[in-house]
Design a protein around this ligand. Structure first.
Ligand code: NDP
Length: 256
């Protein structure tokens, strides 16, 4: 269907080598996009590229550390050099350090903010000239339930994910005139490397999430293929500045 067709489009997915990022990359691949899988771990990048190639997609691995501005610029340059253009950016790379607020060092605060929020700003600025040149583009930023809620052990993470939503709105306003749509996705609790660590640290977390989620299960990376295609395709051309929960209903569940 033309509405969801991404043939001829080129997408960069930061953190596209696993978890939610790979789930999104697979959706874009099935819709016809060529992919740049961008992460630090070369072995994971190569595995993800092989998986996307098995789906019939053109895919390349691009090494990047999103906390480094030069590395982000090089990621975009390499993508354009090898795949010819850049129409889509998914700012998905992220991390967390779980502590009470009074226990963080300033270095830890900065590390989480730089990985989750500043990186999305830097990568968006790096792709902007390419999207302008192409006559438009799609940027998808990954927030969290911590874009909405707070929790004891997530101060810098929640600050970064709240910031993602406001940055999304501001860039959406600024770049609408360039036909660039900027939206955010707020995942619920998804089974990935990131949350496997939290599940190991927090007794009962698995059951608590299942009980609170109307869908009655944890999400899986493949749950993000559809929203990625929608937000990166002509189907969403009049949708910008939004933050869409993909959470099995977690964020709308009342107490009774
Ligand atoms: P993963 O740990 O599976 O993925 C994180 C990805 O980010 C990896 O591919 C990692 O690749 C990449 N990454 C981390 N730091 C950097 C860096 N400095 N430079 C480049 N890449 C980096 O976790 P998820 O799939 O769960 O997380 C993806 C996103 O979804 C994150 O933004 C996370 O905050 C968000 N999210 C996840 C939720 C969940 O329940 N899982 C819930 C809400 C939000 P590499 O190590 O190779 O660099």
């Amino acid at each position: 269907m033309r509405l969801f067709d991404l043939s001829g489009k080129v997408a960069i997915v930061t953190g596209g080598n696993g978890g939610i990022g790979l789930g999104m990359a697979k959706g874009l691949a099935e819709a016809g996009a060529a992919l740049a899988v961008a992460g630090r771990d070369a072995a994971k990048n190569a595995e993800a590229v092989a998986e996307l190639a098995r789906l019939g997609a053109r895919a390349i691995a691009v090494p990047v550390d999103v906390t480094n501005e030069e590395s982000c610029k090089a990621m975009v340059a390499r993508t354009v050099q090898e795949l010819g253009r850049c129409d889509i950016l998914i700012n998905n790379a992220g991390t967390n350090i779980r502590k009470r607020p009074e226990e963080y060092t300033l270095a830890e605060w900065r590390f989480v903010l730089e990985t989750n929020l500043t990186s999305a700003f830097v990568c968006s600025l790096a792709v902007y000239p390419e999207m302008k040149k192409a006559g438009g583009g799609k940027i998808v930023n990954i927030g969290s339930m911590m874009s909405i809620f707070g929790a004891t052990f997530t101060t810098p993470y929640a600050a970064s994910k709240g910031g993602i939503v406001q940055m999304t709105k501001a860039m959406a306003c600024a770049w609408a005139q360039d036909n660039i749509q900027v939206n955010a996705v707020l995942p619920g609790w998804i089974d990935t490397a990131l949350t496997r660590q939290a599940r190991a640290q927090i007794p009962g977390l698995h059951e608590k999430v299942v009980a609170r989620t109307p869908a009655g299960r944890w999400g899986v990376p493949d749950d993000f293929a559809g929203i990625a295609v929608f937000l990166c395709s002509p189907a969403s051309d009049f949708l910008t500045g939004t933050a869409i929960p993909v959470d099995g209903g977690y964020s709308v569940q009342g107490a009774a």
